[in-house]
Design a protein around this ligand. Structure first.
Ligand SMILES: C[S@@+](CC[C@H](N)C(=O)[O-])C[C@H]1O[C@@H](n2cnc3c(N)ncnc32)[C@H](O)[C@@H]1O
Length: 136
């Protein structure tokens, strides 16, 4: 019988299972909106360079939201550095399979994966700011 998870770090797999159930029962509809929103958000980005962009994706899950942003970024930037922070390996493996299936399309994206939470990532020296090359 399914149990409820009220403390994420203790039940990461159950959390993802539950999240996918919610997605399957209607939340996937949100992705139609993300497709349009990602284009609008990326169009508003005013970085110094159109050559490259650095992205930090915190809690990507299986990348079903990220994919819309990556597509939108591909239309605007030449090179995309895409750092993914996701503590649960199952959804991250799904994200990697998604990337493999789009290898030809996303050939200008340099992915970097971190199977950890954002706190651990930052403690180990990962950065969450200064992603814009202007700031370096
Ligand atoms: C509601 S899900 C959203 C997944 C995905 N972004 C989406 O919208 O489909 C939240 C995600 O955050 C991840 N997460 C939970 N705690 C985290 C932390 N401390 N650092 C980074 N990611 C975390 C979970 O594993 C989960 O994949």
């Amino acid at each position: 019988m399914a149990t409820t998870s009220d403390y994420f770090p203790d039940y990461p797999d159950e959390y993802h299972q539950s999240f996918q159930t919610i997605m399957n029962y209607g939340l996937r509809f949100r992705e139609l909106r993300y497709k349009e929103d990602s284009k609008k958000i990326v169009a508003k980005l005013q970085l110094k360079s159109y050559n490259e962009v650095h992205v930090l994706s915190i809690g990507s899950g299986n990348g079903s939201v990220d994919l819309h942003f990556i597509n939108a970024l591909m239309d605007k930037y030449i090179t995309i550095h895409y750092t993914v922070i996701e503590p649960v390996s199952g959804p991250l493996d799904e994200f990697k399979r998604l990337i493999e299936s789009r290898e030809d399309k996303w050939n200008r994206v340099n992915f970097s994966f971190h199977v950890q939470g954002i706190t651990e990532y930052l403690k180990e020296g990962g950065t969450a700011d200064k992603c814009d090359p202007r700031e370096k």
